[in-house]
Design a protein around this ligand. Sequence first.
Ligand code: KG4
Ligand code: ZN
Length: 336
Amino acid sequence: MKEYKVLGIESSCDETAAAVVVNGRQMLSNVISSQIDIHRLYGGVVPEIAGRNHIEAIDGVVRQALCDANMTVKDIDCVAVTYGAGLVGALLVGLSFAKALSLSANIPLMPVNHIEGHICANYVTHKELEPPYICLLASGGHTAVAEVDDYLKIKILATTLDDAVGEAFDKVARTLGLPYPGGVEIDRLAVKGEVSYKLPNINSEGNFSYSGIKTAVLNTVNSLKQKGDNVNIENMCASFNHFAVEGLVYRAFELAKEKGLDKIAVAGGVGANSLLRRRMEEEGEKRGVRVFLPQKSLCTDNAVMIASNGYFKAANGAPFADMTLNAKPTVKLSAE
Ligand code: KG4
Ligand code: ZN
């Protein structure tokens, strides 16, 4: 089989990333320049600052990705770039760089939907994974259970009616006075606590809703404060983590059963959550469903998943982009 080498470029939020992937599955390099330490000072991502930092980092990050893969631009068959969803000023940096590279080196340009990219982290981790399967998408911007019929056909079966799960993790962490990004902090502290606070279920008429659980945490913290008491942070982390995760696990397996599919993959930043990973594996074993978890480092934003998606799009006949390709803050999935 001919080797098809894709250079992936990602700059949708606070990570500037570039990677080289062969045939959608073999990772040759993975470079990530994270701005987390900068945005932590502000308690969240500041779009203007993100854009400026991407500009400073992008050239070095792409050069490093090529160098780590032992390649030059001439060896690359396709440049895959995230065009959405994300912060428009951040997206434009990666996009403009990719367009310039494509034009000057005469390499085809493949636009990638960031969310579809997250799913592809599984193809790099699990060489044997092929559609059809159910995917639990759990990131900072999206929460959904999708049916992946084919490499390019993704159908949403359940989604969030309000906040995304990662967003809820970050907001609850802020309520508890924990640093950004909150998901990792809650995950870390939850291990030390017990599920002692009763919080609302996140399953809502076949979909998900995180506004109730988020408000319940805020109300509990405020009413304890009024009485001069403090919330037990570790127990609240354990409680929120439990309720935030259990509803996702439940719905993913219910929908797999309904669709008669015996494979479930997890995608997105919250896929790094240790409770979610453990519960998915436990439930998979109990129900005879194979669970695919991306390696932890490929759960959060990276360009390996973007390069992988670029390959599968090119291999399945998706059109390349021209120089009019623009950044889109919101994008739908392929089959929506
Ligand atoms: O997929 P991602 O990197 O970016 C988006 O595309 O949104 O997801 C980032 C989200 C953040 O909300 C972050 O708090 C959450 O993923 N996250 C976690 C963990 N690691 C990252 N949430 C829970 N537990 C974690 N270990
Ligand atoms: Zn992401």
